[in-house]
Ligand binder design. Structure first.
Ligand code: UP5
Ligand code: MG
Length: 190
């Protein structure tokens, strides 16, 4: 990481848009390491770290965890992976996340995947996920949608203005979404 600039793609989209599902597909076909910021934060809660309670409370409220916490976890995971190509899933979620990541790591994303999906469909998916996530209840889901619209959409707009956004219609079945995703990777990797 120190001597070579890694290749980074941010994977953004609303709660339940399919970021994690599609990243799992991508890493089976392309040589990227998938880092979900949400998964790293949930692992941090489980590990019993001193930040755990704070993180848990913020996730329950659909709020964005302070960027220094998330960035530290991402940097550690990047280093430990030994890879130099990353899909960073669910981060950055606001302008402050974005600016802090670029300032701290000196990394700018090569591309941004944006999974665009209507709220009704995302809500349906989250309510039927059944994986025991503390934020998959209708009250928290509404808060997550609001934070996405107010704080995360501006990040996507920022990268759109830089020509980095690859927008995917995420409302289709998983396999059809992946067909669209593959196109983004294939010309670059061949
Ligand atoms: N599913 C997926 N694709 C489907 C399709 N095409 N058709 C039908 N069903 C589909 O998918 C969700 C569900 O839908 C699954 O059951 C799946 O099978 C099905 P998934 O791939 O998990 O969607 P994803 O977009 O990853 O949804 P997720 O709930 O993980 O998104 P969030 O962005 O809400 O969650 P995340 O884990 O990124 O963040 C959670 C919280 O952590 C945030 O609210 C915030 O409080 C905190 N956080 C931070 O503070 N900072 C960060 O940087 C990151 C997170
Ligand atoms: Mg996810």
């Amino acid at each position: 990481l120190a001597d070579k600039k890694p290749i980074v793609g941010f994977v953004l989209g609303g709660p339940g848009s399919g970021k994690g599902t599609q990243c799992a597909n991508i890493v089976q076909h392309f040589l990227y390491t998938h880092l979900s910021a949400g998964d790293l934060l949930r692992a941090e809660i489980k590990s019993g770290s001193e930040n755990g309670t704070m993180i848990q409370n913020m996730i329950k409220e659909g709020k964005i965890v302070p960027s220094e916490v998330t960035i530290k976890l991402l940097q550690k995971a990047m280093l430990e992976s030994g890879n130099d190509k990353f899909l960073i899933d669910g981060f950055p979620r606001n302008e402050e996340n974005r600016a802090a990541f670029e300032a701290v790591t000196k990394i700018e994303p090569d591309f941004v995947l944006f999974f665009n999906c209507p709220e009704e469909e995302m809500e349906r998916r989250l309510l039927s996920r059944n994986q025991g996530r503390e934020d998959d209840n209708i009250e928290t889901i509404r808060k997550r949608f609001k934070v996405f619209l107010e704080s995360s959409i501006p990040v996507i707009e920022y990268y759109k203005a830089k020509g980095k956004v690859r927008e995917i219609d995420a409302a289709k079945p998983i396999e059809e979404v992946f067909e669209e995703v593959k196109v983004v990777f294939t010309p670059k990797d061949e």
